[in-house]
Every structure is written in structure tokens, then in C-alpha cells.
Design a protein around this ligand. Sequence first.
Ligand SMILES: *[C@@H]1O[C@H](CO)[C@@H](O)[C@H](O)[C@H]1NC(C)=O
Ligand SMILES: *[C@@H]1O[C@H](CO)[C@@H](O)[C@H](O)[C@H]1NC(C)=O
Ligand SMILES: *[C@@H]1O[C@H](CO)[C@@H](O)[C@H](O)[C@H]1NC(C)=O
Ligand SMILES: *[C@@H]1O[C@H](CO)[C@@H](O)[C@H](O)[C@H]1NC(C)=O
Ligand SMILES: *[C@@H]1O[C@H](CO)[C@@H](O)[C@H](O)[C@H]1NC(C)=O
Ligand SMILES: *[C@@H]1O[C@H](CO)[C@@H](O)[C@H](O)[C@H]1NC(C)=O
Ligand SMILES: *[C@@H]1O[C@H](CO)[C@@H](O)[C@H](O)[C@H]1NC(C)=O
Length: 227
Amino acid sequence: MAMLEPSLAFPVLAFAFFLCFIMSTGSYVYFQFVQQWPPTTCRLSSKPSNQHRPLQRFTIHGLWPSNYSNPRKSSNCNGLQFDARKVSPRLRSKLKISWPNVESDNDTKFWEHEWNKHGTCSQETLNQTQFFERSHDMWMSYNITNILKNASIVPSATQKWKYSDIESPIKTATQRTPFLRCKRDPSHPNNSQLLHEVVICYDYKAKKQIDCNRTAGCWNNVDIKFE
Ligand SMILES: *[C@@H]1O[C@H](CO)[C@@H](O)[C@H](O)[C@H]1NC(C)=O
Ligand SMILES: *[C@@H]1O[C@H](CO)[C@@H](O)[C@H](O)[C@H]1NC(C)=O
Ligand SMILES: *[C@@H]1O[C@H](CO)[C@@H](O)[C@H](O)[C@H]1NC(C)=O
Ligand SMILES: *[C@@H]1O[C@H](CO)[C@@H](O)[C@H](O)[C@H]1NC(C)=O
Ligand SMILES: *[C@@H]1O[C@H](CO)[C@@H](O)[C@H](O)[C@H]1NC(C)=O
Ligand SMILES: *[C@@H]1O[C@H](CO)[C@@H](O)[C@H](O)[C@H]1NC(C)=O
Ligand SMILES: *[C@@H]1O[C@H](CO)[C@@H](O)[C@H](O)[C@H]1NC(C)=O
């Protein structure tokens, strides 16, 4: 087998190391800040229902470093794993309100899962404390529950909405395009879908809000229920 030309060996090795670096840190381009409507999460949850908390307000699901080319790629990166001791009592009490585990009573377990799966991919930008503090601040900056209420979009078992009915007041309030995620309505799988999550997007530094691209989310032309 021919040896690499010495003049080529360095660039080739450097490129290989660069690729390893990219893969281990999980490069990302922007953040998706995902808030969930707990009643929908609980309704579709496979966890024991006696522990569900279907709170009637949007709560944090996660802050996901993301890539346009592959929205689901960046996850489970190498890096420091979740350390509960780094969550100060003050931060803990804030997260218990903004980021509860609505499927079980162990909030810490949910934070651990989200950090290990997503937070580890943006550690070069936000360490564990910053990741959770920034997420809480994002949650505080727009009250999705109240924005929808102000537009007369309140939980109802009968009313149905178009995607734009729900998108529009959020877009007006945040001045950026959000995107909505839905779940198939188990009672009417072909005729309606349940509003599950509202995503707002932030730049690489998690500071400036940007327009989201509407990727997989709700189905087109299927009515949305919010209940
Ligand atoms: C993100 O997208 C870029 C450009 O397509 C790609 O090079 C990189 O590998 C992707 N990273 C991840 C973690 O998917
Ligand atoms: C809650 O989850 C954390 C993280 O997985 C774990 O360390 C802790 O023991 C759990 N607490 C209870 C009461 O199960
Ligand atoms: C995170 O970074 C901030 C700012 O650099 C620093 O003050 C803090 O100690 C770091 N926290 C952790 C848990 O690493
Ligand atoms: C939004 O308002 C509701 C009640 O009006 C409250 O329960 C919830 O905690 C608020 N959320 C935020 C992000 O302030
Ligand atoms: C509430 O709704 C009105 C119009 O119905 C709108 O002008 C206003 O910006 C809304 N406020 C918020 C906080 O969404
Ligand atoms: C929903 O639509 C699929 C195909 O489009 C059909 O096979 C199925 O029977 C329908 N289900 C109901 C409950 O109408
Ligand atoms: C998403 O939006 C970004 C920024 O506007 C753009 O560069 C990118 O091409 C878009 N990607 C897709 C898949 O639409």
C-alpha cells in the first residue's frame, strides 16, 4: 500500500481531527426553544398516569441545539454529564415552575435527560448553569399561555383552529416566526390534531431570537385542537 505523500499527511490528519472534533462536539447552528402544553403531553404519555401533571400553562420541554440540514441530529454529544449539585437552590425553585416533569414527579430526572441529550451539544456556548438559566429567562420573556388567551385561544373540547390562527398572535408578540408541533388526536386521528408544542428559535449564542423554519410539526390542512 502506498504511503501518503508527507506533504499531504498533515492536511489529511488535520482534517480527520477536525471531523472528530465536529462529531464529538456536535456542531449546531441555532437553538429551538420548545414549550409544551402539558395536557397533550400527558394524554399521549406512556408513563403511569397516576403521576401525570396536566398543568394548564405552557412549560419548558427543552432548549435544543439544532441544525437546519438535520433538525434531529444534534443530540447525545460527548461532554460533561448532568450534575444535580450544580443546580443551586434558587435555580431549582425557578425550574420547578418553568420546567416541571409533567409525566412524573421527578423534575431532576427530566432536567438530567434534557441536558445529557441536548445541552451537551452546546456546551461550548452554555455550561450547565447557563443552559438552565437561559432557558428559564426565555420562558419568562414571552407568556405563550397569555398570548393565546389574549387572542381568545383557550382550551376547548370542541373548537378547532387553523395553523395560522395560533401562529399569528405568537408571531405578533415575539416579532418572529414560531413553529407549532402537533400530535395525532387519538379520538379523531384523521380529522384533527392536538396542539402539543410551541417552538421559538434563537441564534447560535442563544441571545437573539430568529425566525424558525417550519419543519416537521403539525400536518397541513388538518384542524388543530387545543384542549
Ligand atoms: C450540521 O450541519 C452541517 C452542515 O450540513 C454538517 O456539516 C454537520 O455535520 C451537522 N452536524 C450535526 C451534529 O448534525
Ligand atoms: C430523581 O432523578 C434523579 C436523576 O435521575 C435521581 O438521581 C434521583 O434519585 C431521583 N429521585 C427520586 C426520588 O427518585
Ligand atoms: C459557567 O460559566 C460561568 C461564566 O463563565 C461561570 O461563572 C460558572 O461558574 C460556570 N458554571 C458551571 C457550572 O460550570
Ligand atoms: C403565564 O401566565 C400564567 C397565568 O396567567 C401563569 O400560570 C404562568 O406561570 C405564566 N407563564 C410565564 C412564562 O410567566
Ligand atoms: C392582545 O391583543 C390585542 C388585539 O386583540 C393586541 O393588540 C395586543 O398586542 C395583544 N397583547 C399581547 C400581549 O399579546
Ligand atoms: C383514517 O384514514 C386511513 C387512510 O387514510 C384509513 O385507513 C382509516 O380507516 C381512517 N380511520 C378512521 C378512524 O377514519
Ligand atoms: C432555514 O432557514 C435558514 C435561515 O433563514 C436558511 O439558511 C436555511 O436554508 C433554511 N433551511 C430550510 C431547510 O428551509
